[in-house]
Write a protein that binds this ligand. Sequence first.
Ligand SMILES: N[C@@H](CCC[C@H](N)C(=O)O)C(=O)O
Length: 258
Amino acid sequence: MATSFYKYQGTGNDFVMIDNRKLTFPADDEALVKQLCDRRMGIGADGLILLQDHPDYDFEMVYFNADGRLGSMCGNGARCTVRFAKQLGVIEDVACFLAADGEHQASIERDEIHLKMNDVQGVEKIGEDYYLNTGSPHYIRFVDDVENLDVYTEGRAIRYNDRFKAVGTNVNFVQRLGENEIFVRTYERGVEDETLSCGTGVTAAALVAGIKGMQSPLKVKVLGGELQVAFERNSDGSFKYIYLIGPARLVFTGSITI
Ligand SMILES: N[C@@H](CCC[C@H](N)C(=O)O)C(=O)O
């Protein structure tokens, strides 16, 4: 059966998007998702996202990592899904949708998607580093020279250490660039490589920057462009009103036979 697909990217984190409102995509076929995301054997992407109907929301986003496994929350993918929902006529400029970590609100403002992330509690300190969940798990390490870091090797060493090897974690290396700016590079679980951007990772990095005294909103440089993160910190150290802001674009469309 021929199925249309749409390829989107958000600051270089790229996704195969499928309109699954008629529920014909075989979502349990891990090998198929992996093949579609393969950059030589398929379309090529960091993940695959299904946009589905939901009785209580504008839509539901179902996210798979490039390894074919059902994923947790994806911040860049969510911004792309909001843009896709607008393209399909599912929403106008605002959305309330369901993702793996629960409800999210978003708005489209010119070129940018403003995505509300869920509140964050329980930031763990591990030596000089941090570990927190912004919808997906993220390990955060601040470094002096992120540009020249071997993110693949260093990220993999943390992702596969005794603490994380079973469930996995994303690993983010962060450099402070100025008063309100950081540079983030991410080793992504499920892709098992560095990606050009990771939305939940950038969010986690910005929150840790907040713990280290930087003020919201923060400008975040990534290999694939620029994002912004805004947040408020509660007196107990938890975070609320967290927003991830940045572009999401359609790259091309096509058809696959499944
Ligand atoms: N690229 C994503 C994060 C995706 C989740 C990650 N691969 C995982 O398995 O935790 C983003 O933009 O947030």
